[in-house]
Design a protein around this ligand. Structure first.
Ligand code: PNS
Length: 170
């Protein structure tokens, strides 16, 4: 039984993430999405919401051997706890590689765990959580970038605060 961990902040999960996760399932018996926090980013959704959005997306994708778990602390410790043979990451281009290379080397330095990179589907290479959030913030169309429940969650975040009902002065 080979297990791989696909880590990320998944803020929120996109169709690009799902494509990488689905293809990783063709290489490993079990793939665990580790929903963590990126200390260099401020997240729109809290850790529970990111996990719930990811879990529903995986459930709807209906791919066997794929599940999401919360990750606190070091990724290499999460990998050891789950007996993972490898870390999986998606690469959309050179900029992703520049970010991922030092992390892959650090994780191998810390524990010996290898990182396997999967090239993003070119049709999804522009799909980044940060861009999706920006498009949603400006009421742009995101229904072909994220699962429907994620689009709904983003729309509810982007909705302007309701105007308080006028109060009657006495
Ligand atoms: O989707 P992201 O934001 O690129 O995910 C980054 C994440 C959460 C995978 C990364 O920050 C991480 O691995 N965090 C866990 C803490 C850790 O192990 N840090 C050392 C990384 S070399």
């Amino acid at each position: 039984m080979t297990t791989a961990v696909y880590p990320g902040s998944f803020d929120p999960i996109t169709l690009g993430h799902l494509d990488v996760a689905r293809r990783a399932c063709g290489l490993f018996d079990e793939v665990i999405l580790a929903v963590g926090a990126n200390s260099s980013k401020s997240h729109l959704f809290d850790s529970r919401q990111r996990l719930d959005l990811a879990r529903l997306a995986l459930q709807e994708a209906g791919v066997g051997g794929l599940r999401a778990e919360p990750m606190d602390g070091l990724l290499v410790d999460f990998c050891a706890e789950h007996g993972a043979a490898a870390i999986v990451k998606g690469l959309r281009g050179g900029a992703d590689f520049d970010v991922e290379q030092p992390m892959a080397l650090m994780n191998r330095h810390l524990s010996g765990v290898e990182t396997v990179f999967l090239l993003a589907d070119p049709a999804l290479a522009h799909v980044a959580s940060s861009l999706v959030k920006d498009v949603a913030r400006h009421a742009g169309r995101i229904d072909d970038l994220v699962p429907a429940h994620v689009a709904a969650a983003l729309a509810s975040r982007a909705a302007p605060a309701s105007t308080p009902a006028p109060t009657k002065e006495i």
